[in-house]
Design a protein around this ligand. Structure first.
Ligand code: 6GU
Length: 228
C-alpha cells in the first residue's frame, strides 16, 4: 500500500517512523510520502489561506496549492487512488471504513487547517478519482492531521502482514460489533483483586461463554446503541 499525505505540518507525521507502522514501512508493506503544501505556493509569504467569500470568521485554504500538490501525486488525469479529506462534515470513521481503506492500493490524505479547503478542490478531484470526506467524530479538531494519524493507524494495522499475529485482529472491540472482554495476566492476585476464577479453570467452553457474557454486559452498559 502507498500512502501520501499533504499537510502544512509535515513534521507532525514523524511518528510514522516509529511503532508498528514504522516496522511496516521498514518491511516494505506500507510506503509513505509526506508532502509540504507550502512547497506548492509561489509568493514570498508562502500563503496557503485567504478570507472566505461571503464573509465570516476564519480563513479558507486556497485551491491553487492543493491543485499543484495533488496533481504532483496523482497526475493530471483519472486516478485509481482514493482521496481522503478529513473533515468534521464527513461520514463518521468506523472499523468498517478502516477495513475498506486497508484494501486500497493508494491512499491520498489532504489535511486541511483553518475553516477547511476551498470546496472546488473536492469537487474537481471528484471528477477524476474517488473522494471521501471522513470525520473522526462529533467534536472539533484544529486540523485534519490528528484525524489522519488515527485513520492511518486503524487502517494500516489491517494491511496483511503489518500485525504479526492476525488472530489478535479478530478478538477486538468493534470487530464483531461488540466491545471487547476484559483481559488479565499474572499474577493471579494483585492488590487484593483476583483474576476471575473461570479464566484459571482450563475449561475453554466456559471461558468463551464468560467472555461473550462480559462483552454483552459491557456493550449494554456503555454503548447500548451498538446492540441490535
Ligand atoms: Cl476529520 N477534522 C477536523 N478538523 N475536525 C474534526 C475531524 C476532522 N473529525 C472530528 N473533528
Amino acid at each position: 500500500m502507498r500512502i501520501d499525505i499533504v499537510t502544512i505540518f509535515p513534521e507532525f507525521f514523524g511518528v510514522l517512523d516509529i511503532s508498528l507502522l514504522g516496522k511496516a514501512r521498514a518491511a516494505g508493506l506500507i510506503e509513505v510520502g509526506v508532502h509540504d503544501l507550502r512547497e506548492h505556493t509561489h509568493d514570498r509569504h508562502r500563503t496557503v489561506d485567504d478570507t472566505p467569500y461571503g464573509g465570516g470568521a476564519g480563513m479558507v485554504m486556497k485551491p491553487e496549492p492543493w491543485g499543484e500538490a495533488l496533481d504532483g501525486i496523482v497526475g493530471s488525469e483519472a486516478s485509481d487512488a482514493l482521496l481522503v479529506v478529513p473533515s468534521p462534515a464527513g461520514e463518521p470513521f468506523t472499523q468498517a471504513i478502516a477495513r475498506e481503506l486497508a484494501e486500497e492500493d493508494h491512499l491520498v490524505f489532504a489535511c486541511g487547517r483553518y475553516e477547511g479547503i476551498d470546496q472546488r478542490v473536492v469537487d474537481h478531484y471528484a471528477t477524476r478519482m474517488r473522494v471521501r470526506l471522513i470525520s473522526l467524530g462529533d467534536y472539533v479538531l484544529n486540523g485534519g492531521e490528528v484525524a489522519v494519524m488515527a485513520m492511518i493507524e486503524a487502517a494500516g494495522r489491517l494491511v496483511p502482514g503489518v500485525v504479526g499475529n492476525p488472530e489478535s485482529l479478530v478478538e477486538e472491540s468493534h470487530e464483531d460489533g461488540l466491545l471487547e472482554y476484559p483481559s488479565y495476566t499474572k499474577p493471579a492476585e494483585w492488590r487484593g483483586f483476583e483474576v476471575p476464577p473461570v479464566l484459571l479453570s482450563g475449561n475453554h467452553g466456559a471461558i468463551a461463554a464468560w467472555r461473550r457474557e462480559q462483552q454483552l454486559e459491557r456493550t449494554k452498559r456503555v454503548r447500548p446503541e451498538l446492540l441490535p
